[in-house]
Design a protein around this ligand. Structure first.
Ligand code: HEM
Length: 125
């Protein structure tokens, strides 16, 4: 059942749901496997998912747990194209709809769309 409760535990569920889909997707998986490896249970993946949980918690609730710079790692990734971003958005929206009710889901969708557009502009794609 979808939840209205916007807390770190549910945001972590969203992150896990999203990356489970990403690793099964033939367009996106190679980027993540190259940088983080194939095993979502590894320490590298756990660290990444904790970081992304903090990232989304900060964006949506203003908690301030994430103080990093989201764009730079993407500038190093060769082969990123519009189709990769379209796939990223599709899987992220599906994951958001699975976890959160519509009123909350819309917030994640709006933020992620803006950031994806900014990344594509920065990458010149
Ligand atoms: C096709 C699209 C994308 C791909 C393939 C991708 C892939 C990755 C990978 C592999 C990393 C880990 C890099 C490393 O630690 O070596 C990463 C980090 C990250 N990504 Fe993405 N990403 C994409 C789009 C996005 C979008 C649209 C957002 C935000 C809405 C996002 C947010 C982040 C953040 C916050 C980090 C961590 C940055 C830090 O180190 O502080 N990514 N991404």
């Amino acid at each position: 059942m979808q939840t209205k409760q916007l807390d770190k535990q549910n945001i972590n569920k969203l992150v896990i749901t999203f990356y489970t889909r990403v690793l099964k997707n033939e367009k996106l998986a190679p980027f993540f496997i190259e940088h983080l490896g194939p095993d979502m249970k590894s320490q590298t993946w756990q660290t990444h998912m904790d970081l992304l949980t903090d990232f989304w918690t900060t964006l949506i609730t203003g908690s301030g747990d994430y103080r990093g710079f989201p764009f730079p790692p993407h500038a190093q990734m060769s082969g990123l194209d519009r189709e990769a971003f379209e796939t990223w958005i599709k899987l992220f929206f599906e994951s958001v709809d699975k976890i959160f009710t519509e009123d909350i889901a819309i917030k994640f969708k709006e933020k992620s769309s803006i950031i994806a557009s900014n990344f594509m502009r920065n990458l010149g794609i």
